[in-house]
Design a protein around this ligand. Sequence first.
Ligand code: SAM
Length: 281
Amino acid sequence: MPVTLLGASEIRALAAELDVTPTKKLGQNFVVDANTVRRIVAVAGVRAGERVVEVGPGLGSLTLAILETGASVTAVEIDHRLAARLSQTAAAHGVDARSLDVVDADALRITDLPGDPTVLVANLPYNVSVPVLLHFLEHFPSLARGVVMVQAEVGERLAAPPGSKTYGAPSVKAAWYGRWRLAGMVSRQVFWPVPNVDSVLVGFERDAQERGTDEERVRTFRIVDAAFQQRRKMLRQALSGVLGGTSAEASAVLEAAGVAPTARGEELSIDDFVRIAASAA
Ligand code: SAM
C-alpha cells in the first residue's frame, strides 16, 4: 500500500479529535499543503533506505512526505497527545510500522536516538530552532546533512557570511559544524494557523572533518558569545573577560592568533575564532 499524505481538512479534523489547539509556546504552526512538504523532502534529497530524524512531527504532514520516499523516520515530539497519535496516523496512511519510531520527548534534552539517523528534516518550532539545531549537531555526529524550515531572520543568520549585517553568534556556531545555505522562501499561507513571520528553508552539510574536540568547541563558543555580546566593541575589550582579565592580555592572545586586537567579532570567521581559542588554551 503506497504512503498517502495528509490533506488540510484531515489535519484540522485530527487536531479537533485530539483536542489540540495549536499553541505559540510550542511553535505549533502545522503545514497543511502537500506540495510544501514534498518540496522540503525534495530539497533535502531524502532517499529510500535513509534514516531521517524529524523534530516536531506534529500531526504528521511532513513525516508522511519523508516516509513516502521509502526512508525511515525517528520523530521526536514534545506534545504527548501528538506523539501518542503519530503511529496510528502513519499506519492509516500506508506506512509500515517498522519505518517509524516515535520519541515522546523534549528534543533539547535527548542525547540518544534509535538508528543513528544521517539526515535531519524538520519544520522547527520558531522559538527553539537554533538551540535544537546546535543540540542535534553536537549530540548526533551521524547527522551528515539536513533541511529545516525556520523563521526567515533565523535562516539568514545561520547562512550569513562574516562581515554581513545578519552575521552573529549563531552563524559562527553553525559554521563550526559545516556549510549552510538558504534554500528558498515558504509562503505563510501553507501553515495553520498562519504565522505572523516569514519562513525559509535552510540546508546544511556537515564537514567531513570535525573542527576540534568537545572541549575546544566549548572554549571557542565561549569566546564567540563574548565577542557578540558586545559586538560594537573592539575584540581586545570585548574579550578581556574571557582572555585573561585585561585588554592587554586579550591583545596578546589575539596577536598570537593572527587577529588584530582592534577588529570586531562580526569581521571574524569560524577559523579565526578557533585560532583565538587555541592560542588562549
Ligand atoms: N512537522 C509539523 C508540520 O510541519 O506540520 C509540525 C511543525 S510545528 C512548526 C513544530 C512542532 O514541534 C510541534 O508539533 C510542536 O509540538 C513540536 N515541538 C515544540 N517544541 C519541541 C521540543 N522542544 N521538542 C520536540 N518537539 C517540539
